[in-house]
Design a protein. Structure first.
Length: 202
């Protein structure tokens, strides 16, 4: 038995969209990334899309600019399925400086659909390394603790710290003369253990 009348459906499938946005292993909200702080001078930027993208138009739609609006050249590497774009800058950024990353809706999917929404992310690079404070403080004559902590202004490269912090008299610790210590990435601090009571240290 035949249908009494024909039916017609009209529908539109989803356009390409951002799935994730990661800079130096830190993930940001793709809809509201906010402002980045303490970004490295050679950031690794990874943008993941919900669909395969047309590479040329997507790269044209991506801009990274300094505070004067100057375009910064970058290198783009795509995953085999054209969904993951990894971006590295071709020059180091300046210390403690503002930059802007923009990805416009001119980016096209492999099938021709336009990116659903643009991405704009403003960020500032790390400042020059500096010591904010120590505990005990310089000149403290009544330190009642057996550890020494250094609070740094910026994230530090961990393997550069122990060789550059020297105690006199030296602290007991690991083989090779390195004291026992710990670096806390959550607050950029280094803590050294083994201080003896009633001892003056330099």
């Amino acid at each position: 038995m035949a249908m009494a009348e024909a039916y017609t459906w009209r529908f539109t499938t989803l356009p390409p969209a951002l799935y994730s946005f990661v800079v130096d292993e830190k993930e940001y909200d793709v809809y509201d990334p906010g402002q980045g702080a303490g970004v490295s001078l050679s950031p690794k930027i990874k943008i993941v899309f919900t669909q395969a993208m047309e590479r040329a138009s997507t790269q044209r739609a991506l801009q990274i600019t300094d505070s004067g609006g100057r375009l910064l050249p970058f290198r783009a590497v795509w995953s085999a399925d054209s969904r993951v774009l990894t971006v590295t800058l071709q020059q180091m950024l300046s210390l403690d400086s503002p930059y802007t990353l923009q990805l416009s809706t001119d980016a096209q999917a492999a099938d021709g659909g336009a990116l659903a929404s643009a991405l704009q992310w403003e960020f500032r690079t790390v400042t020059a390394p500096a010591v904010v404070s120590t505990s005990p403080a310089d000149g403290d004559e009544n330190a009642d603790m057996f550890v020494f902590s250094i609070q740094f202004k910026t994230p530090m490269r961990v393997n550069t710290i122990p060789a550059r912090v020297r105690f006199s008299p030296s602290l007991p610790g690991r083989p090779g003369g390195q004291p026992d210590w710990y670096y806390d990435e959550s607050n950029n601090s280094a803590t050294f253990y083994g201080l003896k009571p009633s001892t003056q240290y330099t």
